[in-house]
Write a protein of this length. Structure first.
Length: 292
């Protein structure tokens, strides 16, 4: 099964970007994943192809219009919509030609631009993510769930963000944040999430265990790594890693993982400790229940 990514964006030229090289690039060439972009602006119905407007109640910036976004998204998720222009999803008449900055016109292009082969089928059951700093932070667990599925649809925000009515009308959309930072648009976050998913697809990484012993996979940060030369600027590789004693190495790595998580990411450590305590207390309750 090919992992199918659809990206709704005002800047389709940003894709595949870095996903066209290295592991992701090779995986795409091998058919392990495919992408298509949808130009949101093609679903505007006025002659200026307007996608944003001023915030209700006043304030700085511009807000992406829910009617335009709704038509763009429906062209991807609803069967029988034609996967085409704005009029194909009941949004009025799309322009027959698009005017470039120099005033010249070229024919209105199809909306979908798959990397190779046909685009994913309309109505396919893929999660829909909207990239916004107001969303839930993405986690490695959610990335693994996405990578195990048929693909993902990603809606890239811009300006001040989305008209909230889009999420009220399309409750299946997951509002997702990459981190506690604000980017100029959702495209960079989309690229990052796609990279995280693609590397977990079967056959993409060389060793199957490569994705298992990593930060976040077991609730902890990964242990530190070393390689040759054995000594560099007076600093040597820890002796235990040169001992050949696999049990001692595993114990050292686990201890460092826990120490580094506790000091660098107390939020992760608190969740990790809670997860360890909860099963134990649950087991005790189950043991006592028959005596009560």
């Amino acid at each position: 099964m090919t992992f199918a990514a659809t990206i709704l964006t005002l800047y389709p030229e940003m894709f595949p970007g870095p996903l066209g090289v290295s592991l992701a690039g090779r995986a795409m060439a091998e058919g392990k994943w495919a992408y298509e972009t949808v130009q949101i602006r093609d679903f505007a119905t006025d002659k200026h192809r307007t996608v944003d407007d001023t915030p209700a109640g006043g304030g700085a910036g511009m807000v992406l219009k829910c009617d335009v976004l709704g038509r763009a998204l429906d062209s991807v998720i609803l069967p029988g919509t034609g996967r085409g222009t704005a009029d194909a999803v009941g949004g009025g008449e799309a322009p027959s030609a698009v005017q470039d900055g120099d005033g010249s016109e070229h024919p209105h292009l199809p909306l979908h631009h798959p990397s190779d082969g046909p685009p994913p089928l309309a109505g396919e059951d893929r999660p829909i993510l909207a990239m916004t700093p107001r969303g839930r932070p993405i986690t490695q667990q959610r990335i693994r769930e996405l990578a195990a599925g048929p693909g993902v649809i990603i809606l890239c925000g811009r300006f001040e963000g989305f008209d909230e009515r889009l999420f009220e009308a399309r409750p299946q959309i997951e509002q997702v944040s990459l981190a506690d930072i604000v980017l100029s648009g959702g495209e960079m976050a989309a690229l990052t999430i796609l990279d995280a998913c693609i590397r977990l697809l079967p056959g993409v990484m060389g060793a199957p265990s490569s994705g298992a012993e990593e930060s976040y996979e077991n609730g902890l940060l990964e242990y530190p790594h070393y390689t040759r030369p054995q000594e560099w600027e007076g600093r040597t590789i820890p002796e235990v890693l040169r001992s050949g004693d696999h049990a001692k190495i595993a114990a050292w790595r686990k201890a460092r993982s826990e120490d580094d998580t506790r000091s660098r990411r107390p939020d992760l450590w608190e969740r990790y400790e809670g997860a360890r305590v909860q099963p134990a207390s649950g087991a005790r309750r189950k043991t006592k229940e028959p005596d009560q």
